[in-house]
Design a protein around this ligand. Structure first.
Ligand SMILES: [Zn+2]
Ligand SMILES: [Zn+2]
Length: 556
């Protein structure tokens, strides 16, 4: 008899970092595996390390090469860190995509916003339903999170069942959608669960996450007691929060105006899919100025301080329709994503300086996370009793704390891994059995670049120390045919003694060329390299920095 098939798991993104989630499950042996992909998300570039890069995505080279063995891509939910890379990467995979109604509708709306929308078909699966994809039976189990229709996936195979939690929390009163399906999760435990691959985002936080309903209550009180205009900013995809704000506005006899395209898009999709049934109609932005100040509430994008989003423009008095004045209130119904502290801080300071009252989650329960804290992690372990637990969706600290908690809770086997590790889940002892190529892609303008590409590295260096351009014309005999051209970009004009740096560079270029033996002068590559080194070291001496240096040698 042949050896039985193996069930494997490999994270290609989202482990050791928060963002760009991509997990794959394999069934088969060696070169003969069928692969199921779960989620295909982005993370966001940070301006300091990745200048000019807006989006970072998992490198899918491995899946591209596997071609037809990739049987499908399943989406747990429609947050950007889980589905934001599909638009750019699916054309390289062309596999079937499975998602529930809201995620599919939000994706469709995102496609339509493109200038030339690509055709990317999505098969809609009912929430709570099951679909067979190649040799995998995939069941969508509803869980509470911060967007409608988040799902844990029970992946059923001949080797056993894996629970891929996706993003989840326990919230008995989530405002929108059902709470986490505890009954179904217990049933999986009763039937015997091979492995749990779980969300580690809040594994360092004790206790339980507060409920969306508690946030709704706080927001209602705040809106009721506000006197002037009120603006609330939150994550556009948090439909439960949008409903909470709409209800608060209604209770305070205020009209809701939606400001910002991302928010408008989600509101439209939520209305189409029934998630805002019974919620009053929102008013056009052009009516904002017509309502008395205590009769209007602006629901805005821009909670992360994004400079082009609604709130930054309003705070900067740069919004054509929406303004705020002394005595008005702004509620940040959001948390500060690390890296955005400065941008958000400067908006808050700008508002406070104008006499606007600013309320954040620092002092009021105006936001809760959508991820499980430690008691909730213990609950899901108790419900499902997995044989093996693998922490994912977190930075190194979150993963190791989740692993430690699982061991303490009595999970027989706990494995921590890194992006690219290939892990055997069963049959037999689980463990890391190999490594798959994993890496990152950068969205640079409209081009997808390998993370090893020179462009970003060069931009970072140029941002720090500029660039020196030198052009030299050489005669056939190896003599300077004309004066060299020197252009310094992003480099100070004068040194601290007040001498012109381009004069200094000019002299260095001439003396370097003249100091070289004739044979080397006639080899244009060797000549360029000698000049480049001399210019950089001269500038380092004068300035303390080594810029990029480009030398062009023309033979005349
Ligand atoms: Zn996530
Ligand atoms: Zn999420």
């Amino acid at each position: 008899m042949a050896y039985p098939d193996e069930l494997t798991f490999a994270p290609l993104g989202g482990v050791g970092e928060i963002g760009m989630n991509l997990s794959i499950y394999g069934l088969g042996k060696g070169q003969q595996r069928s692969w199921l992909a779960v989620d295909l998300g982005v993370s966001f570039g940070d301006e300091e390390h990745l200048p000019g890069i807006d989006l970072v995505m998992p490198d899918i080279g491995f899946l591209e090469r596997e071609g037809k063995n990739l049987v499908g891509l399943v989406l747990t939910h429609a947050h950007e860190d889980h589905f934001g890379a599909i638009l750019d990467l699916w054309p390289r995979l062309k596999c079937p995509i499975y998602a529930t109604k809201f995620s599919a509708a939000l994706f469709e709306a995102k496609l339509e916003a493109e200038r030339e929308p690509p055709k990317i078909p999505v098969t809609v699966v009912p929430s709570g339903g099951r679909v067979d994809i190649g040799p995998f039976g995939v069941e969508f189990i509803p869980v509470a999170h911060s967007i409608p229709e988040s799902h844990a996936l029970a992946i059923h195979t001949e080797i056993g069942t894996v629970l891929h939690t996706g993003d989840w929390k326990i919230d008995p009163t989530p405002i929108i959608g059902p709470p986490t399906d505890e009954r179904r999760l217990r049933e999986l435990g009763d039937a015997g669960l091979l492995a749990l691959v779980g969300d580690s985002t809040n594994a360092v936080r004790d206790g339980r996450s507060p409920s969306e309903a508690e946030v709704a209550k706080t927001i209602t009180e705040l809106v009721k007691s506000a006197r002037g205009r009120v603006a609330v900013t939150t994550f556009a995809s948090n439909v439960a929060r949008i409903k909470a704000v709409a209800d608060a506005a209604k209770a305070a006899d205020r009209e809701v105006v939606v400001v910002g395209r991302a928010m408008e898009r989600v509101v439209q999709v939520a209305r189409e899919t029934g998630y805002l049934d019974g919620v009053q109609n929102f008013r056009g932005i052009d009516l904002y100025g017509h309502f008395p100040s205590d009769k209007v509430l602006a629901l805005c994008t821009g909670s992360q301080g994004e400079p082009r989003a609604a709130l930054a423009r309003i705070a900067g008095n740069d919004h054509p329709q929406v303004t705020l004045n002394k005595g008005d209130t702004v509620i940040f119904s959001s948390r500060t994503i690390p890296g955005n502290e400065k941008a958000i801080g400067s908006i808050i300071n700008g508002l406070v300086a104008q006499g606007v009252e600013v309320i954040t989650d620092r002092t009021h329960l105006v936001h809760v996370s959508g991820h499980p804290r430690r008691d909730e992690l213990r609950d899901i372990i108790a419900w499902t009793r997995p044989n093996l637990l693998i922490p994912v969706h977190g930075e190194a600290l979150h993963l190791s704390e989740h692993a430690r908690l699982a061991r303490a809770a009595g999970v027989p086997k706990v494995l921590t891994c890194r992006n690219g590790d290939l892990i055997k889940l069963g049959p037999g002892d689980p463990g890391i059995i190999g490594e798959l190529p994993a890496g990152r892609l950068f969205k640079d303008g409209t081009i997808l670049e390998d993370s090893k590409s020179r462009a970003v590295v060069e931009r970072r260096r140029m941002g720090f120390a500029g660039c020196a351009f030198v052009a030299i014309a050489m005669s056939e005999k190896g003599e300077l045919a004309d004066d060299p051209e020197v252009d310094l970009v992003g480099i100070p004009e004068k040194n601290s003694a007040g001498e012109e740096l381009d004069d200094i560079v000019f002299d260095v270029v001439v003396s370097t060329v003249e100091g070289l033996p004739r044979a080397r002068r006639r080899d244009s590559d060797a000549l360029a390299e000698s000049v480049r080194r001399a210019v950089r070291s001269a500038l380092n001496e004068e300035w303390g920095k080594k810029p990029l240096c480009l030398v062009h040698v023309l033979e005349v």
